[in-house]
Design a protein around this ligand. Sequence first.
Ligand code: GTP
Ligand code: MG
Length: 375
Amino acid sequence: MPKTSQTPEAADRNVSIIVPTFREAANIAPLAERIDAALSGTGLEWELLLVDDDSGDGSEAVVAELSRRLPVRMVVRREPPRDLSLAVIEGIRLSRFDRLVVMDADLSHPPERILDLLAALDGGCDMVIGSRYAPGGSVDSSWSLYRVLNSRLATWMARPLVKCADPMAGFFATRRSVLPDLQLLRPMGYKIALELMVRGRLRVREVSIDFRDRSVGLSKMNWRQQIRFLRHLSRLYNHKFGSLARVPFFSAVGASGLVVDLACYLGLQWAGIEHRLARFLSFWPAVGWNWALNRGLTFSERARQPHLGQLARFVASSLVGLAVNVGSYALLTSYMDLFDRHRLLAFFCGVSLGSIVNFLVADLYVYGRRTETGH
Ligand SMILES: Nc1nc2c(ncn2[C@@H]2O[C@H](COP(=O)(O)OP(=O)(O)OP(=O)(O)O)[C@@H](O)[C@H]2O)c(=O)[nH]1
Ligand SMILES: [Mg+2]
C-alpha cells in the first residue's frame, strides 16, 4: 500500500480524522467544533475527513459551510454497498496524513481524548483503542441490560482473535504506514478496528474513554448489522485459525437447525399431522435453514454458487450424515455391549460422527473449496 511522504517528524505534527457518516447532518458541525476546540493551540495540523454514503440530508451543504473556516471536507460514496467499514477504508485511502484517528460522528467518542490516543500511539504501538472496557472506561449509564449483554457477548466472541478489552470499538488511532494492504481487507459492517487488528496483526494499546450515547440523529445499528457482524467474525476466525475455525459456527448452525426441526415436528403434530409424517416433513425446513445459515455465515467468504444446485448438494450431504449417524448408532448398539447398556452414549457418538461427515462434505463439496472474499 502506498505510504505517505511525510517525514517522521512532520508526521507527528499532523493527523487525519476520519469519520464515516450516514444521515448525520445535525452532528457534523458540533463534532467539528469540538475537535477544533480540542486541537487548536496544540500546534497540530489536522483535517476532518467525513466519508458519507450519499445521505441526501443536507450534510454536504453543512460541510461546504464549515469548510470556509475549518479544515473539513467530505467525500461521498455513491456506489453500493452502503457500509461503515468500506467508508473508513475509503477515508484511509484519501487521508492526507500518516497518523489517523477514526471516530463516529454522533459524539459518542469524546474528541477531547484524541490527543491522548495520539500520545499513546507515539509511545510505540500500531493502534490505540479508545476503550470503554479498559480500567477507567465506561459506557453510557442509560444502557439497558440487553444492550450491555449484547455488547459484552460480541466482545467475548471476538476475544480469541485479539488481545484487547474492547475490540468492538469504533474510536481508534493508527498509522497508515503500519496497516496491511487495503486491497486485502474484507470487512463487513461496523468492526473496522477489529478487521485491521486481526489482518494487520497490529500491536494494540488501549486508552480508557467514557462512551456517551448519541443525543441527535438516529442509530444505524440494527439486527441486519448484527448478522453482518457474525459473518465478519466468521471470516476473521477463518483467516486466523484456518478451516477448523468453521467447526464452532457449523455446530452452532446445526444446533439451531435442531430447534427448527423440533419446532416443526411438534407444530405439525399440533396441527393434526401424524407423527411419522411430521418427522419426515420437519426435516426439510431444518435442512433448508442449515444450508442458508452455513452459506451466509460458516462459509460466507466462499465463492457464491447458484442456490438450487448448492441446496440439493446440501440435502444430499445431510442425508449421508443422517445415514452415518443412524448407522453408527445401530452398529454400536448391536455389536458393543457397552453401547447397548449406555444407549445415550451411542446416540451422541452417532450424532458426532454424522456431524463430522456433514462438516467434511460441506467443506469439501457443498460450498466448494474456492475462496472469494468479496461482499
Ligand atoms: N458512511 C457510512 N457511515 C455509516 C454507516 N452506518 C453508520 N455510519 C456512521 O458510523 C457511525 C456509527 O454509527 P451509529 O449509527 O452511531 O452506530 P453505533 O454507534 O454502533 O450505534 P449507537 O450507539 O446506537 O449510536 C456514525 O458516524 C454513522 O453515521 C454507513 O452505512 N455508511
Ligand atoms: Mg453511535
